[in-house]
Design a protein around this ligand. Structure first.
Ligand code: SF4
Length: 210
């Protein structure tokens, strides 16, 4: 397949409005017909418009001052949310308890759904038995979403769901989803560490992909 250049290849960042020359392949100048206009339709009114505007005020007011936890609290407060769901990996229950205490101290109702709730063996859902080597029960992100849908949460926070399981949770959640912790079992939940060190420790990811 022919490799097409896109924003994923850009170093100009000219679209942020602070100047700079746009590259030949700039998406701003090579937009598929109608997509920009259609996206702007979403912001006329309704929930998408509110989320966009409230998120902008949180970004502005907390810029370089508020940590992500505080931004999340402020976003939820300004959106008028009351019930917060947490879809948590059970390996992060300690961190999730701390988050719940912070949210409750800020006046929110909290309901958490752990990834292994229901205790379904991996082999019951067609997963290769070899995967039981690192744990018998499957994560169940669809159940996590359904439980939080049942609880009628206003906003769901993801705490360290596995890659792929997060796809399923996001797909099935009725409430908007925001991510607080991205799981990385090797890099202390900081996947960007592999990108920052892609020319040194993590060179192998590009030079000799496994
Ligand atoms: S829109 Fe243009 S300037 Fe902005 S990241 Fe994409 S290619 Fe770069």
């Amino acid at each position: 397949m022919e490799e097409r250049l896109s924003c994923a290849d850009c170093a100009a960042k000219a679209c942020d409005g602070t100047g700079g020359k746009r590259p030949e392949f700039c998406l701003t100048d090579n937009m598929p017909d109608g997509l920009l206009e259609r996206s702007l339709e979403s912001y006329r009114d309704g929930e998408d418009a509110r989320i966009l505007r409230v998120a902008a005020t949180v970004e502005h007011d907390g810029y370089l001052k508020w940590c992500r936890v505080q931004e999340t609290v402020e976003f939820a407060r300004r959106m008028g949310y009351r019930r917060i769901g947490i879809a948590t990996c059970v390996a992060l229950l300690r961190e999730t308890r701390v988050l719940a205490s912070i949210l409750r101290a800020n006046g929110f109702e909290v309901f958490g759904a752990g990834c292994k709730a229901g205790m379904v063996p991996k082999t019951d859902v067609g997963i290769d038995p070899a995967c039981c080597e690192i744990g018998r029960n499957t994560c169940n992100p669809v159940l996590q979403a359904e439980v939080l849908n049942h609880e009628r949460t206003d906003l769901n926070i993801v705490m360290g769901l596995c890659v792929g399981h997060d796809c399923l949770f996001n797909r099935h959640s009725e409430a908007p989803v925001t991510v607080l912790v991205v799981k990385d079992r090797v890099l202390a939940n900081n996947p960007a560490g592999a990108l920052y060190t892609a020319d040194t420790f993590y060179r192998r990811l590009r030079d000799s992909p496994e």
